[in-house]
Design a protein around this ligand. Structure first.
Ligand code: PEP
Ligand code: MG
Length: 315
């Protein structure tokens, strides 16, 4: 009986009132796909492609990339798989793509900026993705990292379409992008909020620096407000908005994110069971009330407590 329970299919993510909240996996290599499926991932919300090339001295060739992407897509037939283009720079340097001499690499030519500076690498990655998508049945969404302007979103979406990639979107991990979310979402297909970087840039606290770790807290109401802006823009523009930063893996914060208008949550597969269980305890109305309570708080710890209290009252 125990074995039967262990192999029973995991239920999809949903609130207590039945509102679906698809739970997607964050993955760094195709090897993690099988475990993600077993743990009930309803697709992939963030495939970090730079991890395939971290030790490479030269740009990866199209055939090698295509092979890796195809492996990933084949693990999720018929499901959504969001593959992020190379996010090089700062905490993820790639010798062939980023400049090691920048004084402030987190504020430098990283992410999409680095790809735009080397269009052959950008085009090569899009070509490999298009070829992999054509060979499989997954629903491929391509995503650009570190987008900070509407022009970048528009140009990336057009370039993806030129390569036959119809569903292109952008990460929102810079405050400028959150503040102009409407303008982004009229120019691209979807937004995925990267709370690790969004917190770093909103709080001006290096995500790798232990001495400012206390400020690196996505519960801070300043960060929550920006997330709320993106959620509201998604509703106005009728575009999907997800979260793929570590914040989605915190069960209580996951409920607040949904209350802020976030529609899908992507996380390390090991976190999915706890998040799924917490979401199932609360209605959409309660999630919205918890979000309002957290937004009104003065700081991160207050926000956590306010959300917990609101959910204890209204479930
Ligand atoms: C983020 O910044 O929240 C994110 C998901 O991207 P990464 O952690 O890879 O920078
Ligand atoms: Mg990031």
């Amino acid at each position: 009986e125990r074995a039967a329970a262990a192999s029973a299919p995991v239920t999809p993510g949903a609130l207590a009132d039945g509102t679906p909240v698809p739970l997607l996996a964050n993955l760094g290599s195709p090897e993690g796909a099988a475990e993600a499926v077993e743990l009930g991932a309803e697709g992939v919300g963030l495939f970090r492609t730079e991890f395939l090339f971290l030790s490479a001295e030269t740009a990866p060739d199209v055939a090698a990339q295509r092979h890796a992407y195809q492996q990933m897509l084949e693990a999720f037939p018929g499901q959504k798989v969001v593959i992020r283009l190379l996010d090089a720079g700062a905490d993820k340097p790639l010798p062939f793509l980023t400049d090691a001499d920048e004084e402030n690499p987190a504020l430098g030519r990283r992410g999409l900026r680095a790809l735009n500076a080397q269009p052959e690498i950008l085009r090569g990655q899009l070509t490999a993705l298009a070829e992999a998508a054509a060979a499989t049945e997954a629903d491929l969404w391509v995503m650009a990292p570190m987008v900070s302007t509407a022009e970048e979103a528009e140009a990336f979406t057009a370039l993806a379409a030129e390569h036959g990639l119809r569903t292109a979107g952008v990460m929102v991990e810079v405050p400028s992008s959150a503040l102009i979310a409407d303008q982004l979402l009229t120019r691209t297909g979807f937004a995925s909020i990267g709370t690790n970087d969004l917190t770093q840039y909103t709080m001006a606290a290096d995500r790798l620096l232990g001495s400012v770790a206390e400020l690196q807290d996505p519960w801070h109401p300043a960060v929550l407000r920006l997330i709320g802006e993106v959620g509201a823009a998604g509703a106005r523009q009728d575009r999907p908005v997800g979260v793929c930063g570590e914040a989605a893996a915190d069960p209580l914060l996951a409920v607040v994110l949904v209350g802020l208008g976030v529609q899908t949550l992507s996380m390390a597969p090991a976190a999915m069971a706890d998040v799924r269980a917490e979401l199932a305890r609360h209605t959409a109305a309660a999630a919205r009330a918890a979000a309002q309570a957290a937004l009104a708080a003065a700081g991160a710890q207050d926000a956590r407590e306010a959300a917990r209290a609101a959910l204890a009252d209204g479930s």
